[in-house]
Design a protein around this ligand. Structure first.
Ligand code: SF4
Ligand code: SF4
Length: 344
């Protein structure tokens, strides 16, 4: 099947309405300077909004929930309680690259997570190019582009009055075939137009990053390794209140905790997101706690993101989305930690 199509801008809402017939569709809505995801059913009648940059919620929220029963799933013989598969519109590349990490953890480890696998198979991803960025965005500094390259079903690149639509998977191909009345073949001029817009956003973001002055991506792993005993970890963690916000908002973080919770006359096994910055994160039943200081926990987070994942997956465990910078009440900034380590 041909890979590039054209969709008129004024037909975007009709396409999303069609998708919502078979999917629980989530779309971004603008709230101050942010985009938050709402169910399409809740905003029906309004035009779809094209988000310039990533939403508040990381894509992992659609694949593992912050707290959910896992025993329910096994008691129902592997039937997910969700009635419709989920579709998400406006996913940006920082979230798409995090899916490679989430897939690695939940699907390619010793144990396959059946709940994640089902949700992942069902998830329909309608991604789009960034046409703007937040001051905290730094994807280019960790080797990511502000436009999708993989892990999407269809991608929208805006051009005047419409979008160049790229097909990224068999699921995307089926969708285009089903809704073929909305799509025409993209012309070479339209494809060239979308490329110019991509080049422009890369240039704009590079200009912004020049003011942030982060160390080059190819030095990050070495800086973490050489800075293992550095005072930077302690200095940077003085204000941390161990809230876990940086982990929960991160599209790449994936640690979870299994616990039993009393529910009326029985107990239920639940899974909750965990945070490697919590004091008890690595505490074991005998009482030992190898990560017994905040400095060690911060270092562990950075070693995992900038040393373990490059070695094991060929990419950083940070996609440069900037969410943790905005979420941290203590104003701990991942870019500043990386800069401090480079200077040590
Ligand atoms: S570490 Fe921070 S900037 Fe990096 S992917 Fe996670 S939330 Fe985004
Ligand atoms: S968000 Fe900030 S204060 Fe909260 S755990 Fe992370 S580093 Fe600490």
């Amino acid at each position: 099947m041909q890979q590039n199509f054209y969709l008129k801008r004024d037909q975007l809402s009709s396409v999303l309405s069609e998708i919502s017939r078979s999917h629980a569709l989530f779309v971004p809505q603008k709230k101050d300077d942010d985009y938050v995801y709402l169910p399409w059913a809740q905003i029906q009648g309004e035009e779809a909004i094209y988000n310039e940059y990533r939403g508040v919620e990381p894509i992992k929220s659609f694949l593992t929930h912050s707290k959910e029963s896992v025993s329910e799933y096994f008691q129902s013989s592997g039937v997910l309680s969700e009635t419709k598969p989920v579709a998400v519109f406006g996913v940006k590349n920082c979230d798409l690259s995090s899916l490679t990490l989430q897939d690695y953890v939940f699907e390619q480890g010793v144990e396959l997570d059946p709940i994640y696998k089902k949700r992942r198979e069902n998830l329909l991803i309608i991604s789009s190019d960034c046409t703007g960025f937040k001051p905290t965005c730094f994807c280019l500094a960790v080797g990511n582009k502000p436009y999708p390259e993989k892990n999407f079903d269809i991608n929208l690149s805006p051009i005047n009055n419409g979008f160049v639509v790229e097909v990224g998977s068999p699921k995307g191909e089926t969708l285009i075939r089903k809704l073929n009345q909305y799509f025409t073949a993209a012309t070479t001029g339209q494809i060239a137009g979308s490329k110019i817009k991509r080049d422009n956003i890369v240039n704009d973001l590079n200009r912004h990053l020049a003011t942030v002055n982060m160390p080059p991506a190819n030095t990050l792993q070495k800086n973490i390794q050489e800075g293992y005993e550095s005072n930077v970890w302690k200095e940077q963690m003085l204000t941390c209140v161990e809230c876990g916000a940086c982990n929960f908002i991160c599209p790449s973080c994936h640690c979870f905790l299994l616990a039993d919770e009393k529910k009326q006359d029985r107990s239920e096994r639940i899974r909750v997101w965990d945070s490697c910055l919590y004091a008890n994160y690595s505490k074991v039943a005998g009482g030992a706690n190898p990560l017994n200081t905040r400095a060690k926990r911060l270092r562990n987070r950075f070693v995992k993101k900038f040393d373990f994942f490059p070695d094991n997956l060929g990419q950083f465990g940070c996609t440069g989305c900037g969410r943790c910078i905005e979420a941290c009440p203590a104003k701990i900034d991942i870019r500043e930690v990386l800069k401090a380590l480079a200077k040590k």
